[in-house]
Every structure is written in structure tokens, then in C-alpha cells.
Design a protein around this ligand. Structure first.
Ligand code: ADP
Length: 483
């Protein structure tokens, strides 16, 4: 199969969250399985300096955006895994400090930047000599692609069938802009109606993708169900319901080449199920790094992630504060909303000997924390898939998660199966309920045999990409046949 993946972020070139990891791993696995894979992504600031082997293609992009014509260039790079990466260069749009925003504020021209990018993707899909059969787009930033492809085909400008698949990584980010923005698509206004690109008078990128893509996926089976209801549907549950026969929930995989306790260079001591001494040493190293007392016996809780409302920071802070009166430690790495950043810093002021936080983005520290902690807190309000709980499982760090979305699909609570349990779940979104799950976790921590058994289960849980990629191929196949 010949697939072009289009994404606004791609690990390790650019990343704000799980999307970057997911597309990189999916592309790599599909290529390993023998498919022809291209990945197209913007050339953000700094990429060329870090990867000087990017090769400029003989390809001049000339993109119409309403009345404007904007030029761009394409660079390519072949990866060791057999994918071809295409970087879309447009200095004004992409060569700036930040991917979507600067200092917490979205760039004012994001709609224009990603309309340009989506048109560049379509241009590649049309003219790449290897003729992709399907374009797999991700989230709102590339959600215009399915409409552009449909329109090209129905207007006769595109002779060949190119199918489209949209993956929704997070329904909350929809790319909602004023109606006038739709003019930059340069397609007839007939598409701008309640059954198409319009959302209560505005232009909704993600809804456009949901309506026009041949097939839809989201990143866990549980989230696929949840988003068809009002509670998690963020106003698009109606349209998702209409397309439910074309919507598949496929749990993301974890990239175990990167998240590997035996080889990752960011972990100071390596370990495996058979030999766990390294994990204890990592714990001490983490305590030292965070300026906390170095004692392997003290249970150590951790959290890593974007500090957004979604991630449950407001129930985590009081729940953690409660347990910090006891003999426990808490470390945290993340950044985002200023009031949450202040919240974790306050915890450090209140309990300087028991907690510390690092505000910022630091992948190496993320590995050390995931390796050194005993428990990983992920009390999300909603969680389309979540990767951190999978990474924690593999690192033998038991996740404590809210029972929602991909967290439901990837963690097994002792209440579900005493033998297979590898983490803890709670249902109601409240600090008390999270607190109760933490108490259950602590009671297991003090029963070493049970704790060890759960750790073993956690490290054996397998979310490798092989099966996940095969599920995508089945979905692609259906979309290609349908066209
Ligand atoms: P989301 O995509 O909603 O942000 P996920 O759990 O799916 O959440 O993925 C988060 C990814 O980003 C993980 O790879 C995690 O390790 C990483 N990450 C998030 N915040 C940070 C940070 N401050 N420093 C390093 N890595 C981070």
C-alpha cells in the first residue's frame, strides 16, 4: 500500500504532544511492514540546523490562499526505517519561535498557516511520482485535506483516486475560525453549510475533516464511543454519530525502541523484569536530581504532561497535598497554564523535602522520572489515548488513572482482575476519588509480593505498534475500496 501521512508535528523534528510520537511510530511500523510511506510535515525553525542532510527537492510550491499566492519549497529526507519525510518550507509561516503558539498565545495566523500546509499536502499527494493511494491526516491542522481532495476529484481536476483517512487525536482542539477564513480554501461556498464546513456560522476545520474524510479513526476504542455522546462530544457528537459506521477506535501503540528500560541513554541505570536493581538506582538518581531525600523505601509518585485543564491538575493538586502529610514524595514535570504551574510550585514551597517540580519540556528528564517513580498519576478529565500511562507500564511504574478514554483501554485495575492488574483506576472526576485510588496504591506498595506482581504485569503489557499498524491498514483498505 502507498500511504502519505500528513502531520503538523513529527517526532523527533517537532513535538508538543502524543501526536508527534504517534505519527512517527505509525510511519516507521508501516514501512517495516513493507508499505511505501511518506510523511509530510512543516519545516519549523531549527530543524534544518539539526538535520543538515535535508535535501531540497526540485519542487516549487505555489499555493493560492483566497486572492494571495504563497510560495514554498519542499525538502526531503529518507529515514533509516524506510520512510521518506517531506518538509514543507515557508519561512514566514514556519520559521518562528513555537509550533502553534508563543508564550501560551496561539499565533493569530494559524488558520492561514495550516491551510497553506494542507494545500501543500494535497499538492504532494497529486504529484509525487510514487502516487500515494491514501492520505492519512491528523487533527484539525490537516483536516482540510479531505475536502480539497474531494473537490479536486469531483471537479475533474484530479484523475486518480486518492482516499483520505482522518485521525482525531483530541476532539477538543477543532480549529474554529471566522467564516471569512474559509475563502482561503478556494473551494465553492456550497461546502460551507451545516452539513459541511460550517459550525454555527464559523468555519470548523476538524468538522470539515469529519464530514469529508473517507474514513475516521480515533486513538482508542473507548474514546470512539465517548465522543459520540454529549459529555465528551465537544459539540461534534451529532456529526460523529452520523458517521459512526466509518469511525474506528484504534489504541495507539508505544514506541518501545525509544521507551526501553534496557537501552535508553537517558536512564542512568538499565533494568528489566528479570533484574530490577537498576530501577531502584534510578529512583535514587531521580531523588537526587530533584533535591529530595535519597531513600528507596519512600513511595514516589510522579506526573508528566501538559498542564491543561484536560489533564486533571486541579484534582491532582489537592489529592497529592493530602498524602504529602505522610511519608511520600511527589515529582512533576510539565508546563502550560500559569495557575497550574503556580499550583505545583506552591506544593514545593509547602513540602520542600517531599516534592519538587520542573516547569518546562525535557524529554530526558521524562525518561528519568518514568523510570525512577513508583506510581504515575494521570487523573485526566478525558484522555483520547494517552501515552504516558503506557510508557509508565513498560518502565514498571504503576499508573493511577481516571477510567476514561484510552486510560480505560490500557490499564487493568485489581478490581477488574486480581491476577492481571497493572494499575489503578477511579471513575468520578474528584480529588477524593483520586485520593482513594492513591490509598489503594499505597496499600499495595506495602505488600511487596503484590506490588512486585503488579509491576511484572505492567512491564509485560504489550502495546507495540505492530498490531496497531495492521489495524490502520485494514481501515485504509476499506477507504481505498470505497472511493
Ligand atoms: P498529550 O498528547 O495529550 O499531550 P500523551 O500522554 O498522549 O498526552 O503524550 C504526551 C507525550 O509528551 C509523552 O511522550 C510525554 O512524555 C511527553 N511530554 C509531555 N509533557 C512533557 C514535558 N514537560 N517534558 C517532556 N515530555 C513531555
Amino acid at each position: 500500500m502507498k500511504i502519505l501521512l500528513a502531520t503538523s508535528e513529527l517526532y523527533p523534528y517537532s513535538k508538543t504532544g502524543g501526536l508527534a510520537d504517534m505519527v512517527a511510530a505509525l510511519g516507521k511500523t508501516l514501512a517495516k511492514q513493507g508499505h511505501q510511506v511518506g510523511i509530510v510535515t512543516p519545516l519549523y525553525a531549527g530543524i534544518q540546523e539539526k538535520w543538515p542532510d535535508l535535501e531540497k527537492m526540485d519542487w516549487k510550491l505555489q499555493v493560492s490562499l483566497d486572492w494571495k499566492s504563497v510560495e514554498g519549497a519542499v525538502y526531503q529526507r529518507k529515514t533509516e526505517d524506510g520512510c521518506t519525510l517531506y518538509f514543507i518550507a515557508q519561512g514566514l509561516y514556519f520559521d518562528r519561535d513555537g509550533i502553534y503558539q508563543h508564550k501560551g498565545v496561539d499565533f493569530a495566523d494559524n488558520a492561514e498557516r495550516y491551510t497553506f500546509f494542507s494545500k501543500a499536502v494535497v499538492n504532494l499527494a497529486e504529484y509525487l511520482p510514487w502516487q500515494p493511494e491514501l492520505v492519512h491526516v491528523h487533527d484539525w491542522q490537516t483536516s482540510l485535506v479531505p475536502l480539497l481532495l474531494k473537490h479536486l476529484r469531483s471537479s475533474g481536476a484530479l484523475q486518480r483516486k486518492i482516499a483520505s483517512c482522518l485521525t482525531i487525536h483530541n476532539l477538543a482542539y477543532q480549529g474554529l475560525f471566522a467564516k471569512e477564513v474559509f475563502a482561503m480554501a478556494n473551494v465553492p461556498w456550497g461546502y460551507f453549510d451545516p452539513a459541511g464546513a460550517e459550525y454555527y456560522g464559523n468555519f470548523n476545520f476538524l468538522k470539515t475533516g469529519i464530514v469529508f474524510a473517507d474514513t475516521l479513526t480515533t486513538v482508542s476504542p473507548h474514546y470512539a464511543e465517548e465522543i459520540q455522546g454529549a459529555e465528551y462530544g465537544v459539540g461534534l457528537n451529532g456529526i460523529l454519530n452520523q458517521r459512526k459506521n466509518d469511525l474506528t477506535g484504534i489504541l495507539n501503540g508505544a514506541d518501545y525502541d525509544v521507551w526501553n528500560t534496557e537501552t535508553n541513554p537517558s536512564i542512568p541505570f538499565h533494568y528489566s523484569v528479570k533484574s530490577m536493581a537498576g530501577k531502584t538506582k534510578c529512583k535514587t538518581a531521580l531523588q537526587r536530581r530533584m533535591g529530595l531525600p535519597e531513600d528507596p523505601k519512600i513511595p514516589l509518585f510522579a506526573n508528566i504532561g501538559r498542564m491543561a485543564e484536560q489533564k486533571g491538575v486541579d484534582i491532582m493538586l489537592p489529592a497529592v497535598e493530602d498524602i504529602l502529610t505522610g511519608d511520600v514524595q511527589f515529582v512533576c514535570l510539565g508546563g502550560g497554564a500559569a495557575h497550574y504551574e503556580r499550583g505545583v510550585q506552591n506544593l514545593h514551597q509547602l513540602f520542600p523535602q517531599k516534592t519538587n517540580c520542573f516547569i518546562g519540556y525535557d524529554p530526558q528528564l521524562a525518561h528519568l522520572i518514568t523510570a525512577g517513580a513508583d506510581f504515575f498519576l494521570m487523573p485526566s478529565q478525558y484522555e483520547p489515548c494517552g501515552l504516558n500511562q503506557m510508557y509508565s507500564l513498560r518502565y514498571g511504574t504503576l499508573p493511577i488513572v481516571r477510567d476514561t478514554g484510552g486510560l480505560s483501554d490500557s490499564v487493568i485495575d485489581p478490581h477488574e482482575s486480581a491476577d492481571k492488574a497493572d494499575g489503578f483506576k477511579f471513575s468520578r472526576y474528584s480529588a477524593n476519588d483520586l485520593g482513594r485510588a492513591i490509598i489503594r496504591a499505597l496499600s499495595i506498595y506495602y505488600s511487596p509480593a503484590r506490588f512486585k506482581a503488579m509491576r511484572r504485569n505492567a512491564m509485560a503489557a504489550d502495546f507495540s505498534w505492530d498490531q496497531t499498524a495492521r489495524s490502520y491498514v485494514r481501515v485504509y483498505q476499506k477507504a481505498i475500496e470505497k472511493n
